[in-house]
Ligand binder design. Structure first.
Ligand code: MG
Length: 394
């Protein structure tokens, strides 16, 4: 680690994504007079409608269950914060990290993964000519679709017309089938690496890991806040337990929420420093000194093997004890029902979608999926009540 923190505006490392060397926007635009391409991308994301919707979309706990649980919005802000903290000491481009982090979940449906699974199931049952986009529903693809097509605010183009590097970071996973379809429409574009191999920028790699660090930490906090997890249960998670002990050693009288926060804070710091040290070492060892070098090298932003194992164990704990908790599953089942009912209602009566141009698009089922995916939790619940008369979330 450097002795002193890097100041804001520290020079970019040679392996960082430099805005002047960006592969550009799909529709060329003149440069902004005072902002780089990636700053401008970040600003467009913040001003988008899809971004504001994240305030009312579920991360794990449904939006109306409590005011202090994470939503997709606060989750995205935490990913951006962790991403910037790691980017600066590595000399990476913080603006690009921020743009990708703030946009990475724009394609999420209401009710989190439950909504996505339901929408995916609905679309998979339909013939391809109705479903469009290669069938199925996947939130990473949808995030790209939001920034490429679904935002309608600029006179000259649909979407936000973001830089290649930001779009590439948003498309963090992609099946071969979808990559082939995307690559036909944009040869050599953001999906090509899923066909030919190769890595995205270090900034994109970093956002993937910052996402994981963020949700592992905040789901512990929200899990305890909700009463579904206890501090005693968490003693079984070595990564948490060693920091709880360290917190108690430094502050023997610490209890309750302050002990929880301090343990999480120490855990986050250790993970951040681990990524910085491991990545710095990996970059040196691989001799990477350009973005081209990054693209030709397997993923470099990573945990040390020990931290990787510890983080995986925490993930498994959260899956078994929180995400599959009967109370969470109960909501998950109702959320799936809302989304599949909405889909069925709109398919049967497309006029119920409202009088927007979605109706006239070639793939009706895809237009319906776009419409539902854009909904906030409470909009979906209200619309479900309006269309079915049933009240699944009274
Ligand atoms: Mg995320």
């Amino acid at each position: 680690m450097s002795a002193l923190p890097a100041p804001a505006g520290a020079p970019l490392a040679p392996y960082a994504a430099h805005p002047a060397l960006s592969r550009g926007r799909r529709i060329p635009e003149p440069d902004a007079p005072t902002r780089t391409a990636f700053q401008r991308d970040r600003d467009r994301v913040i001003h988008s409608t899809a971004f504001r919707r994240l305030v009312y979309k579920t991360q794990v706990f449904l939006n109306h269950e409590g005011d202090l649980f994470r939503t997709r919005m606060t989750h995205s802000l935490e990913v951006a914060q962790l991403g910037r903290s790691i980017a600066r000491p590595l000399g990476l481009n913080e603006d690009l990290v921020e743009a990708i982090a703030l946009a990475h979940d724009l394609g999420h449906t209401p009710f989190g993964h439950a909504g996505q699974d339901a929408l995916n199931a609905c679309l998979r049952e339909l013939p391809a000519e109705l479903a469009g986009q290669g069938g199925g529903f996947e939130h990473n693809l949808q995030s790209l679709r939001v920034v490429d097509h679904l935002e309608h605010r600029y006179p000259a183009f649909d979407g936000l017309n973001l830089s290649f590097e930001t779009r590439e970071g948003i498309l963090k996973h992609c099946s071969r089938k979808h990559a082939q379809r995307l690559d036909t429409r944009e040869p050599g574009g953001v999906a090509t690496r899923f066909l030919n191999g190769g890595s995205p920028t270090l900034e994109a790699q970093l956002c993937n890991l910052a996402d994981e660090i963020a949700y592992n930490a905040h789901d512990i906090d929200d899990g305890v806040r909700s009463g579904l997890l206890s501090l005693e249960q968490l003693e079984a998670v070595p990564l948490f337990e060693r920091h709880r002990r360290a917190a108690l050693q430094a502050h023997p009288r610490l209890t309750g929420r302050r002990l929880l926060f301090e343990s999480i804070r120490l855990m986050l710091s250790e993970q951040v420093y681990d990524v910085i040290a491991t990545t710095r070492h990996g970059i040196l060892e691989a001799g990477v000194d350009s973005v081209q070098g990054v693209r030709a090298t397997p993923v470099l932003v990573r945990f040390s093997p020990g931290m990787h194992a510890a983080s995986s164990a925490l993930k498994t704990f959260l899956r078994n004890n929180l995400y599959r908790h009967p109370q969470v599953m109960h909501n998950t089942d109702r959320a799936r029902q809302v989304v599949s009912d909405l889909f069925a209602c709109y398919l049967q009566d497309p006029a119920a979608l409202g009088a927007d141009d979605d109706l006239f698009r070639p793939h009706l089922a895809r237009a319906i999926a776009d419409h539902i995916a854009g909904m906030t939790d409470r909009h979906a619940i209200r619309e479900h009540e309006r269309l079915t008369g049933a009240s699944l979330f009274p």
